[in-house]
Design a protein around this ligand. Structure first.
Ligand SMILES: Cc1cc2nc3c(=O)[nH]c(=O)nc-3n(C[C@H](O)[C@H](O)[C@H](O)COP(=O)(O)OP(=O)(O)OC[C@H]3O[C@@H](n4cnc5c(N)ncnc54)[C@H](O)[C@@H]3O)c2cc1C
Ligand code: FES
Length: 286
């Protein structure tokens, strides 16, 4: 029996008839999709993800969960529209049914840490760090949320993050809000100032997570990243999501998606994510 199958059984993964409840544009290119999926909502934990299919002929798309409401039986994801399938998902309207909505998948984040934790997010990751910050705050941690965007108009949920964080720090490339630059610059500033940060948790594009890991490495601060390799089945059976961590091959869908950023082979991950660039470009243009 593979690790994937074992994990699949442990989490009692649900495949349910999910119906779109709401879709809200957050900023250009990012949509918040809220779906009725009571079985997933009843079990999901920070750090886990779902795999969705917009319709019967769609690709399977992994999405981290940005929020859930166990009472309403709903799960919300922030979708960054980058290609054919994410544009399709962003076109869904309330009442539409998704062909598949499977989860919770992956391991829950290990939040067993005392003291101050910095949670960093960019693009869809700004939504994904919200439940992480909320869970850390609920267990009594001091939480510093740090977010990045090219410009102020690409940032969202700063108000929601401030409700579950002690401090929200913002960075923009064009200096339209907060400090100039990106999350790695902010974490360096905090660590240089002697902020007693016990752990960093970063979710966003691969390059941002790589840079966050490099920023904290000299300070020896444990940095957890949520890896986003190509995934297909999400249950450890296909091997598509394999990554190298600490010299060992891991399947991000069942061993992760969260790993120690100081141990990840980033070069390999960045190269594997580009494996289907040509067909993806053709599909997006169709
Ligand atoms: C665990 C996990 C959580 C994720 N969470 C989110 C999220 O919350 N919000 C969000 O917008 N995106 C998230 N992603 C990325 C998202 O799955 C991809 O952007 C999406 O699959 C792209 O599909 P597409 O057809 O629109 O674009 P395509 O044109 O097919 O691809 C665009 C880029 O997306 C990546 N990609 C394509 N297919 C996959 C796939 N099956 N698995 C992973 N990456 C792929 C590739 O790097 C590619 O270059 C997550 C990925 C993983 C693995
Ligand atoms: S083994 Fe992870 S997606 Fe298939």
């Amino acid at each position: 029996m593979s690790v994937g199958v074992r994990h699949h059984q442990e989490t009692a993964t649900a495949l349910e008839e999910a119906q779109v409840l709401r879709r809200e544009p957050l900023v250009p290119n990012l949509q918040l999709l809220t779906v009725r999926a009571p079985a997933v909502a009843s079990k999901i934990q920070p750090g886990q993800f779902v795999i969705v299919m917009a319709d019967a002929t769609s690709e399977r798309i992994p999405l981290t969960v940005a929020d859930w409401d166990r009472k309403e039986g709903s799960v919300s994801c922030v979708i960054m529209q980058v290609g054919r399938s994410t544009y399709k998902l962003g076109d869904l309207e309330p009442g539409d049914r998704l062909a598949a909505f499977v989860g919770p998948l992956g391991r829950a984040l290990d939040l067993n840490v005392d003291g101050t934790v910095a949670v960093a997010g960019g693009c869809y990751g700004i939504g994904s760090i919200y439940p992480v910050a909320r869970a850390l705050k609920e267990r009594g941690n001091r939480v510093i949320a740090i977010v990045e965007g090219r410009s102020k108009f690409l940032l969202y949920w700063l108000d929601r993050l401030s409700q579950v964080s002690d401090q929200v720090l913002v960075s923009t490339k064009d200096r339209s809000l907060g400090k100039r630059g990106y999350c790695p610059g902010l974490i360096r500033e905090l660590l240089d100032a002697g902020e007693p940060i016990q752990r960093v948790i970063a979710i966003g594009c691969t390059f941002m997570m790589y840079e966050m890991s490099e920023a904290t490495r000299p300070y020896g601060v444990k940095t957890i990243v949520s890896l986003n390799p190509i995934m297909i089945d999400g249950t450890g059976m296909c091997g598509a999501c394999r990554v190298s961590v600490g010299g060992q091959t891991k399947f991000a869908c069942v061993d992760g998606p969260d790993f120690d950023g100081h141990q990840v082979d980033w070069e390999l991950l960045l190269a594997r994510r580009k494996a289907y660039l040509e067909p993806e470009t053709i599909a997006a243009e169709r």
